[in-house]
Design a protein around this ligand. Structure first.
Ligand code: GLY
Length: 375
C-alpha cells in the first residue's frame, strides 16, 4: 500500500496543494454560508431557506479536514462559523431526521476530536441522542425519515459512526448497541447476495420483516444506485473499525468488489449500475465516497489484499481530478458532475454538490497520511 501511495505521491501532493489554494479563497467568500451547490459558480446558502437540510454539515466538515491538514486557523474559524449557523437546526426537533449523523459528526464531532472544544462535543452528543431516539427495538432499525414508519435507507450506515463515538465518549454501550442492531438489520435487508444494495427497504415496524423494496434515488426497483453502494462500502468499513465485527468488513469488501467490477467503462461511476446505456450519466460523488471506503478497507486487510483497494481508489480519484474538477479560483465548487438521483433530471444531475467536494478532500487527506479523525 505504501509503495502505491509513494508512486502517486507527486499527484497526491499537487492535488492537496490545489485544494488548499482554492479553498483558502473560497472559504473566505463563503464563510457565512451553508452551501449545497453553486448557482453560476457561486455557492448557494441553506442557512435560512432550509437549515435542517441533511447536507448542511459538509461545509464545516470540509473546513475541519483542511484545518487538520494545514493547521491554518482560518479554516477552523470558518468551521466554527458553520457550526453556529447549523445550530439553527436544533431549534425545531420535528424537522430533524436520521441525517443528524452527517450533520454533526463530521463537523462538530470532528472539531471536538481535533481541538477538545466543549461546545462542539455538546452539539455532537445532542445529535447522537436524537439519532438513538429514532431506534425501533421491535423492528430492529433506526427510522430514516419522519413520515414513513418502516422505511430504512442504506445511507444511514454513514450516520451511525456518531453513535459508536458517543458510546465511547460517555462510557455507555447503549448507543453502540443501537448502531450494531441497525447495522445487523441492514445487512439482512439491504445487502443483496451479489454485493449490490437496495436503496430503500420498507421494514415491518413490529416484526422486522421486509415488506417491500424501492429503487429510491436509483433507476428502478432492483437496480443499483451507485451512491447507495458507496454509502454501504464506507459505512460498513467504519462499523468494522468501531466494533471489530468481521461481518461488517466482509460486507464492505463484498460491496466494494461489486462496485470495482462495474467500473469497466470509466472509473467514475454512473448514477446507477443498472441504468440504460443511454443517456450516459455520472455521479462523481459516488466515486469519491467509494474511494474513501476503499482506502479504509485497504488499511484493515492483510498486506497481500491491500493493493486492489488502494489502486481502485486512486484510479477513481485521478479520473475525477483529471476530468471533473474545477480549479478556477473564481468559482466556488471543486468536483463537478454530481447527481442527486437518476430521476432528478434536468436540474439535479451533472451538478456540483457539496458532499462531492467533502469526500474528494477526505480521500486526498487520507492519501496524504493524515489521521482519519472523522470516522
Ligand atoms: N443521503 C441522501 C443522498 O445520498 O442523496
Amino acid at each position: 500500500m505504501e509503495k502505491i501511495i509513494a508512486q502517486n505521491k507527486q499527484w497526491i501532493d499537487e492535488t492537496w496543494e490545489k485544494l488548499d489554494a482554492k479553498l483558502k479563497v473560497v472559504s473566505e467568500r463563503s464563510k457565512n454560508k451553508l452551501p449545497y451547490t453553486t448557482i453560476n459558480g457561486v455557492h448557494d446558502d441553506k442557512t435560512t431557506s432550509d437549515v435542517a437540510w441533511w447536507t448542511n454539515g459538509f461545509w464545516g466538515a470540509m473546513m475541519m479536514l483542511m484545518y487538520s491538514g494545514t493547521k491554518d486557523e482560518h479554516y477552523l474559524e470558518v468551521a466554527r462559523s458553520a457550526q453556529s449557523l447549523l445550530d439553527g437546526a436544533f431549534k425545531d426537533f420535528t424537522e430533524l431526521h436520521h441525517d443528524v449523523g452527517f450533520m454533526w459528526y463530521i463537523s462538530s464531532g470532528a472539531d471536538y476530536k481535533l481541538t477538545g472544544d466543549q461546545g462542539a462535543k455538546n452539539r455532537a452528543l445532542f445529535a447522537a441522542s436524537t439519532l438513538a431516539g429514532r431506534f425501533n427495538p421491535k423492528g430492529g432499525y433506526i427510522k430514516s425519515w419522519n413520515n414513513d414508519e418502516g422505511w430504512v435507507i442504506i445511507d444511514c450506515m454513514m450516520n451511525i459512526p456518531l453513535l459508536y463515538w458517543a458510546s465511547k465518549e460517555i462510557g455507555d454501550d447503549r448507543y453502540k448497541n443501537v448502531a450494531m442492531a441497525h447495522a445487523d438489520k441492514t445487512m439482512e435487508t439491504h445487502i443483496r447476495p451479489d454485493g449490490s444494495v437496495n436503496h430503500i427497504v420498507n421494514i415491518d415496524p413490529d416484526t422486522g420483516d421486509v415488506i417491500e423494496t424501492f429503487g429510491g434515488q436509483g433507476y428502478e426497483i432492483g437496480s443499483s444506485w451507485t451512491r447507495g453502494q458507496a454509502w454501504a462500502i464506507y459505512g460498513y468499513v467504519q462499523s468494522y473499525i468501531h466494533t471489530g465485527k468481521q461481518e461488517y468488513l466482509d460486507v464492505a469488501k463484498k460491496v466494494a468488489h461489486y462496485f470495482i467490477a462495474n467500473l469497466y467503462d470509466s472509473f467514475v461511476p454512473p448514477i446507477d449500475f443498472r441504468e440504460p446505456e443511454e443517456p450516459k450519466t455520472y455521479d462523481t460523488t459516488a466515486g469519491a465516497i467509494t474511494a474513501c471506503g476503499l482506502i479504509e478497507i485497504a488499511k484493515c486487510v492483510p498486506e497481500f489484499e491491500k493493493k486492489m483497494y488502494i489502486k481502485a481508489a486512486i484510479n477513481i480519484l485521478k479520473e475525477t481530478e483529471e476530468k471533473f474538477c474545477n480549479w478556477s479560483l473564481d468559482e466556488d465548487s471543486i468536483v463537478q458532475y454530481g447527481s442527486e438521483a437518476y430521476h432528478a433530471k434536468p436540474t439535479g444531475i451533472n451538478i456540483p454538490i457539496i458532499y462531492g467536494d467533502y469526500y474528494f478532500i477526505d480521500a486526498i487527506h487520507k492519501l496524504k497520511g493524515f489521521e482519519s479523525f472523522n470516522i
